[in-house]
Design a binder for this molecule. Structure first.
Ligand code: SF4
Ligand code: SF4
Length: 474
């Protein structure tokens, strides 16, 4: 059975045509109250995104995600691979938060905060409007043959797109390798002395350029995993950008506006079928077909429809933030048991995370027996075991004059490599040491021994490790 024209949105996406080719979207330039708010939110977020890697707190980069060297700074606090449990908890909190937020407010994040939307709609798209004009002009330019005007406009647009992609790639790199190192590579040592980094930078640039110049809304429609989650997270109570079909269609459905017509009398809905909400949509959908996977909740259609309602003297809000139940059953937003459950779990996990973050040590010591080594019996009944140690300094100042002391047993600790050493700021020290204990003080063949780490004779960390001794000595 052939699908009626107005039902095709159910089995195909709006940006692919009948031949399976890309149907290019030429969204009309948005304008209105919500668009103005979104612009200000975007300016703030863009400022944050571009400056965060260059802000320092106590000498630490504000945000750093150095995956290669496994060093991370979150809001100026350094996290090491040893803090991996905190990373896992923060990821779980993130997932629950996203779930809770999406259940309640749909894709609010996509429309207002997502970097893809912000760069696409507030940077690249606005350059396009500036150079090529609004929807109609863009369509005309696309159709016209390659003449001087088209070449000039396209070269200007693509050049600007490339420059901005290059800037984004540089900032992206500052998040990955650190802003100090990036500045040093560019201004002190010269980019050509770090060919691998330069090549990575150019690859990032090309990827950003490809995404914003060509791939565009396809990121949200077919590539973004968060977008795919909507189908399972949204329910009839979730607040999304929605068309009030009750009001828009009424008894006889939507119809074009006719001057001097008593519209309520005719039974026609408030939708005047002007298609402004469709033309303005950056993902090329008709929100009047209901909540769809492609909708990024950008609110452009709300502004467009409000503008039309004002023009024809009908109340605004035909398209608005609302839930299915709000429109269909006139129900108000409720804090449902599902939301209450998610919130409780979120609070508990956040509490655990904060507690663990505050309690985590500035210095972390690990002392492990050298694998494959047995204990050694020495003169005067002394038993000796050999260990490797690793000390991590998470602070921004060096930890000086470090030595170890045995706290649980009488005995000695003798580092092989260094005595009274220093761990550099945000660095680590590794080495080998012997622990020697009189056999008479051991309680079995495998004791736990407690070791204190001292800096300038002040105890800064304790750790335990296994100590092997002779069986049945006592
Ligand atoms: S339907 Fe409306 S809110 Fe959704 S993407 Fe299109 S314009 Fe934005
Ligand atoms: S902008 Fe409003 S009135 Fe115009 S087609 Fe869309 S929903 Fe109907």
């Amino acid at each position: 059975m052939e699908t009626p024209e107005n039902e095709t949105f159910r089995d195909s996406i709006g940006t692919i045509n009948a031949e399976g080719k890309r149907a290019w979207v030429y969204p009309k330039k948005p304008n209105g109250r919500l668009y103005t708010y979104r612009k200000w939110v975007s300016y703030g977020l863009l400022l944050f995104l571009f400056t965060a890697p260059f802000i320092k707190i106590n000498g630490n980069q504000f945000l750093l995600f150095n995956v290669l060297e496994r060093r991370f700074n979150i809001f100026g606090a350094p996290f090491w691979p040893q803090d991996f449990h905190l990373f896992v908890i923060s990821m779980i909190i993130g997932v629950i938060f996203v779930t809770l937020f999406t259940v309640a407010f749909g894709r609010l994040f996509c429309g207002w905060v997502c970097p893809q939307t912000i760069f696409m709609e507030m940077v690249f798209r606005r350059i396009e409007y500036w150079i090529e004009g609004d929807r109609g002009k863009q369509i005309r330019l696309d159709k016209q043959p390659w003449n001087v005007e088209k070449i000039k406009k396209r070269v200007a647009k693509w050049t600007l797109f490339f420059i901005i992609s290059f800037m984004i790639a540089n900032v992206f790199l500052a998040y990955l390798i650190g802003s100090d190192r990036l500045i040093q590579y560019i201004f002190t040592e010269g980019p050509l002395t770090h060919m691998n980094t330069l090549i990575s930078l150019l690859i990032f640039t090309v990827v950003f350029y490809f995404v914003f110049a060509w791939f565009r809304e396809q990121v949200c429609i077919i590539a973004c995993p968060y977008g795919r989650l909507q189908g399972v997270l949204l329910d009839a109570k979730s607040i999304v950008v929605a068309y009030d079909y009750k009001r828009g269609e009424k008894e006889t459905g939507r119809a074009k506006f006719k001057k001097n017509e008593d519209r309520p009398e005719t039974g026609k809905g408030d939708c005047i079928d002007c298609f402004q909400c469709v033309h303005v949509c950056p993902t090329g959908i008709d929100i009047r077909n209901g909540t769809q996977l492609e909708c990024v909740n950008c609110t452009a259609c709300i502004d467009a429809c409000d503008h039309m309602m004002e023009k024809v003297n009908l109340p605004k809000g035909l398209i608005r933030y609302a839930s299915e139940d709000n429109i269909g059953k006139k129900e108000k937003f409720r804090f449902t048991p599902r939301l209450q459950g998610y919130t409780a779990v979120l609070f508990i996990l956040t509490g655990i995370f904060l507690g663990m973050s505050f309690l985590r040590n500035d210095v972390e010591a690990t002392i492990l027996r050298l694998p494959g080594q047995l204990y050694e019996r020495k003169n005067n009944n002394i038993i000796s075991n050999v260990y490797t140690y690793k000390l991590v300094n998470k602070t921004t100042t060096p930890i000086e004059d470090i030595h170890f002391e045995l706290l649980s047993h009488q005995g000695t600790i003798a580092p092989v490599t260094h005595q009274n050493f220093t761990v550099p700021k945000q660095g680590l020290a590794e080495g080998t040491l012997f622990i020697e204990v009189n056999a008479t003080t051991l309680s079995g063949d495998k004791d736990r021994v407690k070791i204190g780490v001292y800096s300038n004779n002040k105890l800064i960390e304790t750790t335990t490790t296994a100590f092997l001794g002779p069986r049945n000595y006592r």
